[in-house]
Design a protein around this ligand. Structure first.
Ligand code: ZN
Length: 315
């Protein structure tokens, strides 16, 4: 009898010429095991090669730009901007949040990326928690590539709708809501729910050193959390986890949630904005700062720079 075993998962770790923290090194050593857990807990194959970049908020911004250079579907300045799946880890107070991990799959080259921020004061288990979360996203991208493609498209169309029809236009709001309530809710919901189910057992030490609760991420926090709440969009991690609370997060049951149904109204607006993108004449205004991780990272970057300057000033 012939059995075909799936391609084993391999990792390349790019430390980007910096020495990561001991906690980061400890978490990275556990990657093959964490990937096994993610695959077992979803019942999805998660395979192939994954590039892990150990990052800082600054280099995360550069990576996000680079990942989309030369995408032929995106004209001009839109070439640099795209929505990615980003994970935000709350500080121990539960109040401050910052970008901790990102997952991305380049559909054209089938390359998988995880960017993980090395932030001082995080235990190895906090980092493992985020790696597990991002690996579940990679599993989602590999097993539901069409829905992930829609997420990427809607991110671009949201920017287009802001520029063509205006912020808070029906077009912009509909696209943002569709992205958030239909797609991100499922993607983030499953990953967050799996964290809820397994974290206590797998990664029990979720401690964050209080000394690291510096206010250098305030801009990012304001941008992210308030936008979700101010626009009454809800937080897709939180709302998604609640959605899955009484549902299976394991394949094959979970698969049906990734086949996303849109209303006629949503469909019509998406087509209308897509047409504008195809025409390629988009008046690019200020970089958008709504649900776009690109801008969140810029804010982190700015805040970090301000903090560094403050440090220097004190010396
Ligand atoms: Zn996520």
């Amino acid at each position: 009898m012939k059995t075909s075993s799936p391609t084993p998962i391999t990792f390349t770790i790019d430390r980007q010429n910096r020495a990561p923290s001991a906690q980061m090194e400890e978490a990275l050593k556990d990657l093959p095991h964490i990937a096994q857990l993610a695959s077992k807990d979803t019942s999805w194959p998660i395979q192939g090669h994954i590039q892990i970049k150990v990052s800082t908020p600054q280099t995360m911004l550069t990576d996000m730009r680079k990942a989309h250079e030369g995408d032929p579907r995106i004209p001009g300045k839109f070439n640099q901007i795209k929505v990615k799946i980003a994970h935000f880890k709350p500080f121990s107070s539960g109040k401050f949040k910052e970008v901790h991990g990102l997952a991305h799959r380049n559909q054209a080259t089938n390359q998988n990326f995880i960017v993980i921020n090395d932030i001082k004061g995080l235990s190895a288990d906090v980092i493992k928690h985020s790696l597990y979360h991002e690996l579940i996203h990679i599993g989602q991208f590999q097993n539901h590539p069409d829905s992930y493609k829609e997420i990427q498209k809607l991110g671009i169309l949201h920017l287009v709708s802001n520029n063509v029809f205006g912020h808070n236009s029906t077009e912009s709001n509909t696209i943002l809501n569709t992205l958030n309530k239909k797609y991100l809710k499922i993607f983030e919901g499953q990953a967050t729910r799996l964290n809820e189910i397994h974290d206590n057992h797998y990664f029990p030490n979720q401690s964050i050193q209080p000394a690291e609760k510096k206010p250098n991420f305030i801009s990012a926090k304001i941008n992210l959390v308030n936008r979700f709440e101010k626009n009454k969009l809800g937080n897709p991690h939180k709302e998604g986890a609640a959605f899955f609370a009484d549902k299976s997060v394991v394949a094959p049951d979970v698969n049906r949630h990734f086949i996303i149904q849109l209303s006629d109204e949503e469909q019509a607006i998406i087509s209308k904005v897509e047409k504008k993108l195809d025409e390629g004449k988009i008046p690019f205004r200020a970089p958008d700062i709504s649900l776009n991780p690109f801008s969140i990272i810029s804010k982190v970057h700015e805040a970090e720079k301000a903090h560094t300057r403050m440090d220097l000033g004190l010396k």
